[in-house]
Structure formats: structure tokens, C-alpha cells
Ligand binder design. Structure first.
Ligand SMILES: [Zn+2]
Length: 255
């Protein structure tokens, strides 16, 4: 007997053309994690919902389970975040990074946890108007790593637990490290950089906004400098964990 169809909320994370008129679509769903599906005939001009199957559209989809791929038989737009993203290169690349990271992080999440979908959709919405899109992206990545259990330590030493603030950071060591535990090659961020990352992890936007405003008033450029350093550390931490933890799951999933 055929499994029943179901509806779910979804974000398109990737698509590619398939056969004459079909499209394979990878969805990050709210209730079923990452789902690969085929949308049959959607490249024909008369397709009712083909044009909605693109990144930055939040969808309500109807799915039929299949042996290898699910089939999408309907898709309604819940929200379109593309306006405001696709005209601005920085906002666009940050939004792409949200979807790419969410796809990779979803591999290690359990399918019925809506957190990643909700956080991704909310971040796409905020990226349209955020004063600093890269800071918004970094907040998403820090919170997503925290949800996955890989949050970097930002105050106490990740190795021995000695209270900070510390002045060294290394992804393989778990984040902030004290002078005794710091491994060779550790970055040496200003303590304000780790404090900014702590605010972004905990959604302390009032503190972030105050630091930005204060830096703008004095014209010292410090906020931009610290945010740039924070971005490098967030990227390094994410990259290290994706390579070391998700890769094996990724390969399993594709096998
Ligand atoms: Zn230590």
C-alpha cells in the first residue's frame, strides 16, 4: 500500500534539472528534516507551482513519499524573502550561506526538530533589513552550532575551564583557551571580539547595537574591525566542526 501524502513547511536549499521537464529539489522541512524530492513537469510553461520552487521562498508543500525521492505535488508560498536579498550582493551571499550551512547542519539533526527550519526562515526574513548582514549571519551560525552542541567556548578556557576573558581561540581546542592550554596556531582576538560573539550567541542585540552606535559616534572603526574578526572565528569554528563531525554522516547519507 502506498504511504499517505503529507504537508510540511519548507525552504528550498538546492535544485537541479532532471530529465526533460522535472526538477530535483532539496528541501529543509520543518517537521521532516532534509528531504530530497522530485517536482515532475515543473519546467513546462504551464506548471502551476514550478516558479515557487526556488531559494528564499518559504513554502507549504504537499509531498508523496517515494522509494528514493519524494514527489512534490503542490507548493504554496508562505513568505517570499527574495525581495531585499537578491538586489544586494552582501545580503544575497549571507542568505546563501544560511541555506548552505542549514543543509549541512541538518544532516546531523533529528528530522522532527523544527529549530533549524524556524531559525533559518527567521534569519532570511531579518537579512532583508539587518543593519549588518554578516553579523546577522554569524549570530545564526553561532546559535545553530550551539543547537548542534558545538558552540565555541567564549569566556572560560575550553580545555581547563579557567575563567576568562582569554586572548586565544582555536576551533580544535573548543574555542577560547587560556595561556597554558593554547595550542600552536591559535588566533589571538581582542577580548571584545569574543564578547561580541557571546552577545550574538545569546541574542543580546541591544548590546550589539549599542557597541555599533558607540563606535560610529567616535568614528574609531572598532566595531567593523571586531565584527570582521568575529566572522573569521565563526567561519573557522564552523568549518572545523563540519569537516570533522558532519562529513562522515554526509557520506553515509549520499551512499
Ligand atoms: Zn586552560
Amino acid at each position: 500500500m502506498r504511504a499517505p501524502s503529507f504537508r510540511d513547511r519548507a525552504l528550498v536549499v538546492r535544485t537541479h534539472d532532471f530529465g526533460e521537464a522535472d526538477r530535483v529539489v532539496v528541501l529543509l522541512t520543518r517537521g521532516n528534516g532534509l528531504v530530497r524530492c522530485v517536482a515532475k513537469g515543473v519546467r513546462r510553461t504551464r506548471s502551476r507551482f514550478g516558479s515557487r520552487l526556488q531559494p528564499f521562498v518559504e513554502l507549504d508543500v504537499q509531498l508523496y513519499p517515494g522509494r528514493n525521492l519524494h514527489s512534490i505535488t503542490g507548493a504554496d508560498t508562505v513568505a517570499y524573502h527574495g525581495a531585499g536579498l537578491i538586489e544586494d550582493y552582501t545580503r544575497y551571499t549571507c542568505a546563501c550561506a544560511v541555506l548552505e550551512s542549514a543543509e549541512r547542519l541538518a544532516v546531523a539533526e533529528s528530522g522532527d526538530d523544527p529549530w533549524l527550519f524556524d531559525a533559518s526562515a527567521a534569519t532570511l526574513g531579518r537579512l532583508r533589513t539587518a543593519p549588518d548582514p554578516t553579523v546577522e549571519l554569524d549570530s545564526f551560525l553561532l546559535r545553530a552550532m550551539g543547537h548542534a552542541g558545538w558552540a565555541p567556548s567564549l569566556f572560560d578556557c575550553a580545555q581547563c575551564g579557567r575563567p576568562g576573558p582569554h586572548h586565544a581561540f582555536h576551533p580544535a581546542a573548543g574555542g577560547a583557551v587560556c595561556g597554558t592550554c593554547r595550542p600552536p596556531g591559535a588566533a589571538t582576538p581582542d577580548e571584545a571580539v569574543l564578547r561580541l560573539m557571546w552577545w550574538l550567541t545569546h541574542g543580546s542585540w541591544a548590546a550589539v547595537d549599542e557597541a555599533r552606535a558607540s563606535s560610529e559616534r567616535s568614528g574609531d572603526g572598532m566595531f567593523t574591525d571586531f565584527a570582521g574578526q568575529a566572522h573569521q572565528l565563526v567561519r573557522a569554528h564552523l568549518q572545523w566542526h563540519l569537516e570533522h563531525r558532519v562529513r562522515s554522516l554526509d557520506l553515509l547519507d549520499q551512499g
